[in-house]
Design a binder for this molecule. Structure first.
Ligand SMILES: [Zn+2]
Length: 479
């Protein structure tokens, strides 16, 4: 401000005698004006020249409008540009000078119109812009591929999302190019959502072609102790069986309407609406819980309101387990057997020292190390057979180790008592005979159970395997 004030103050004022001097200078200006007038008088009558059109397909001329640019006319008619004030080349100009034509040819306005029209006329993927966008997308996709694969593997192997972080670090260490911004569990979840969406779409497409389908479902408790209902569908096309995972969802209440809602939700996820179910649903496979198969208010009876012809099947593998459990109920020797098997499992699980000693014992006997496993749980057949096989395999080793426990110095009295108890059971002729008998019964039952659990086993397979298992067991009864 101060400087501008100073400059204002110091401006040179004209002295009155300077006017005269100025007057002397003026003739020069007058001369220039005179020259202009002369020029106006002698001005060439400018005309459009056809040779200007050479190499300029856009340049058009007629006597009414003068020159105009066909490209600019076409482009700005479609995409008016409010900032563009110079409209002469879209409506016509009579400024017949080559310089003017050249100026327009190089103007931003013209270049923009020509570029846009050329891009519009080009085939998809051929314009420079499109090519560079595709290249960019390709580069991003390349960096995303390893991460999508990792997330897919995590889902397949039931691994937690946090594994994604170290897996990505491992990939980077191996030299795989990975975008840094995606190295979070949140991204992993996002990737997972997209993979799931893609898989669901494929399943939906596949299922649409099926004429009939059956639903199988079961509940389980997840790591957060939440009840989850998993649903699969089973259908047959051209003689080939397909089993597809439909979805998993948590019921608000574990009653039949709650579970049915979960099943319907999962089915809707793969494009099966209630109308589709009405025309295609033929079967329901589940466990025998009353909430599923209850006559009046089970899920099956609720589904029958949608499709009355529905056949509900109590899972055959479940039934095999249940019948085995029923058959062994109130059998004293069986209880003794389980006491022995479970006791040995806990004996070696709870004591590190005894487990270690058992391992050493196996080494001395030069036998493959097999530590007693748990019996019971939800798989009586499979787990009991496994525990029996281990007991029989390591019978002498376990026997020796238990005997050793009795004479160990420093062993607790409780430990010694337990060892004595198990030794008594192990050496009881009745118990041992029953263990061997159980093994004989469990072998065909386990085989049957595995066939029944086969994903693609059919009614025919089931029937055959049940018949043969029954035949084997009946033979034992007559021996
Ligand atoms: Zn133009």
């Amino acid at each position: 401000m101060q400087s501008s004030i100073l400059s204002f103050m110091s401006r040179k004022r004209k002295a009155p005698d300077e006017d005269e001097e100025e007057q002397r200078k003026k003739p020069e200006k007058r001369d220039r004006r005179a020259g202009y007038l002369e020029y106006e008088e002698e001005k060439r009558d400018r005309k459009f020249k056809k040779e200007w059109c050479q190499g300029r397909e856009w340049l058009q001329h007629d006597d009414n409008h003068g020159m105009l640019c066909s490209d600019c006319k076409e482009y700005y008619a479609k995409y008016p540009d409010p900032k563009r004030e110079n409209v002469s080349w879209t409506k016509g100009t009579k400024n017949y000078r080559l310089q003017s034509v050249k100026e327009h040819e190089n103007s931003k306005m013209h270049l923009k119109a020509v570029g846009a029209l050329r891009a519009q006329a080009a085939k998809p993927g051929e314009t420079v812009a499109e090519k560079s966008v595709l290249k960019l997308k390709e580069d991003i996709a390349k960096k995303l591929v390893p991460m999508f694969r990792n997330v897919h593997a995590l889902a397949k192997e039931c691994r937690p999302m946090r594994d994604f972080l170290w897996l990505t670090k491992l990939d980077i260490a191996k030299g795989v190019k990975i975008s840094e911004s995606y190295q979070t569990t949140f991204s992993a979840k996002t990737f997972m959502t997209f993979i799931a969406k893609d898989v669901r779409e494929k399943v939906a497409e596949h299922v649409q072609q099926a004429k009939f389908l059956a639903v199988t479902c079961d509940g389980a408790t997840d790591v957060a102790s939440m009840e989850q209902e998993g649903t699969c569908i089973r259908f047959c096309m051209k003689g080939q069986l397909f089993v597809k995972f439909a979805g998993v969802s948590a019921p608000l209440q574990a009653d039949a309407p709650g579970i049915l809602k979960c099943i319907i939700e999962s089915l809707e996820g793969i494009g099966l609406t209630e109308d589709t179910l009405k025309s295609k649903l033929v079967g329901l496979g589940s466990d025998g819980a009353s909430v599923m198969l209850g006559k009046n208010n089970g899920v099956a009876s609720l589904l029958r309101k949608i499709q009355p012809a529905l056949v509900s099947v109590h899972c055959m593998a479940h039934r095999t387990e249940l019948s085995f459990r029923d058959a062994t109920k109130n059998v004293g020797l069986y209880d003794k057997c389980i006491t022995l098997l479970l006791g040995l499992y806990l004996f070696y699980k709870q004591s590190y020292r005894q487990r270690n000693l058992l391992k050493q014992c196996y080494e001395t006997y030069a036998k493959k190390q097999m530590i007693p496993t748990r019996v019971g749980g939800t798989r009586w057949v499979g787990h009991t057979l496994k525990a029996i096989n281990i007991l029989l395999h390591g019978y002498d080793v376990i026997h020796a180790q238990l005997e050793d426990t009795l004479h160990q110095s420093g062993g607790t009295a409780d430990m010694k008592n337990k060892a004595r108890g198990y030794l008594r059971l192990m050496t009881s002729r009745d118990v041992l005979t029953f263990v061997l008998f159980l093994r004989d019964v469990l072998l065909p039952l386990n085989k049957l159970s595995l066939i029944l659990q086969e994903r693609y086993s059919t009614v025919a397979d089931t029937f055959l395997s049940i018949t043969s298992a029954q035949a084997v067991i009946k033979k034992y009864a007559t021996r």
